[in-house]
Write a protein that binds this ligand. Structure first.
Ligand SMILES: [Zn+2]
Length: 321
């Protein structure tokens, strides 16, 4: 799969079809007057089969069906190697907190978003991918050895969401952290690029939100180095997540298994569905999901200042591919 370059400072979104054509667009939100803006949801535009941000209140330029997970039970997995900068245990604690920040958001009257996110443990696969005929995992992985998206160190992380082009159902979400270019920090002392801030922002994308033009929002597109402001949700973020997953009946019998079953192996290491007994070859659910109906959108968090290079002279750094 090919990736298009991301705009500087992450002020945009990249989208590509898994099966066929690829396409790129820039978030519409940035062209709108600030006073009219609030949270935005990543959405699919049926006419163009591309993604855009639909912001609230809706603008004439907004189009499309907002993305959301179809089930209130979602899971994620951490790549077992974590990072030279962050141990697996540290990453587990940080992402648990980041997800909890969103699922525990106050929707008013003591209610929360109707969404439960379960950690399925560490896995070996480090590829962001969605398998239409094999098992899946929603992975979070650090990129220590190179950042394949060529942003010159301005992109701190990237979340790719794979969804159904017809109804906006999210099938898979994978998060990549740029630990190659970026000096990450944890805790409240000597903050450089605060991993919890980055994680909390990316979880917003994972759950279907797009960038907000509200400068104090966690979903604002740019991160100010040495700050921890994105750790805590703004009213705008809370309004967004409560709109995507409105409070409702208690969730019972939660099944967070990824679509087509869970696998801790990348597709290339999984047996073919025909050989594996067929559970991964289950027919797609009503509403689509077959070949050609699935697309992926990616959104990134940019830095307001260039990320500090840890290994400026490192040879063999990957360029954009
Ligand atoms: Zn972002």
């Amino acid at each position: 799969m090919r990736s298009s370059d991301l705009p500087p400072a992450g002020r945009g979104a990249r989208a590509r079809a898994v099966a066929a054509a690829s396409f790129t667009l820039v978030a519409a939100a940035l062209a709108l007057p600030r006073a009219a803006l609030a949270y935005c949801r990543t959405s699919v535009c049926p006419e163009t089969q591309s993604t855009a941000a639909v912001c609230t209140p809706q603008q004439a330029t907004d189009c499309g069906i907002p993305l959301a997970w179809p089930s209130p039970c979602v899971s994620y997995s951490l790549q077992e190697d974590a990072s030279d900068q962050v141990t697996l245990a540290e990453a587990e604690a940080i992402f648990e907190q980041a997800f909890a920040t969103w699922t525990a958001a106050d929707c008013g009257g003591g209610t929360n978003p109707r969404m439960e996110v379960t950690y399925l443990g560490p896995i070996s696969c480090d590829a962001h991918e969605y398998n239409q005929r094999k098992g899946n995992a929603n992975i979070i992985t650090f990129r220590d050895d190179g950042w394949p998206y060529g942003s010159g160190g301005n992109t701190l992380a990237l979340t790719t969401v794979t969804y159904n082009l017809k109804n906006g159902e999210i099938y898979d979400a994978d998060m990549e952290i740029n630990s190659f270019d970026v000096t990450l920090s944890m805790g409240d002392d000597d903050v450089s690029f605060d991993l919890l801030s980055i994680a909390t922002h990316e979880v917003g994308h994972f759950l279907g939100l797009s960038h907000s033009a509200e400068v104090t929002a966690t979903m604002y597109a740019d991160y100010r180095p040495e700050s921890t402001i994105l750790r805590d949700l703004d009213d705008d973020d809370r309004a967004g997540i409560c709109a995507v997953y409105p409070p409702g009946e208690p969730i019972e019998a939660c099944d967070p298994t990824p679509r087509h079953g869970f696998s801790d192996l990348c597709a290339e290491d999984q047996p073919d569905p025909e050989e594996s007994g067929g559970c991964a070859a289950a027919p797609s659910s009503p509403g689509g999901g077959g070949g050609g109906l699935v697309a992926a959108a990616a959104a990134s968090l940019g830095a307001l200042a260039r990320a500090r290079r840890r290994r400026a002279a490192r040879p063999g750094r990957e360029r954009a591919r």
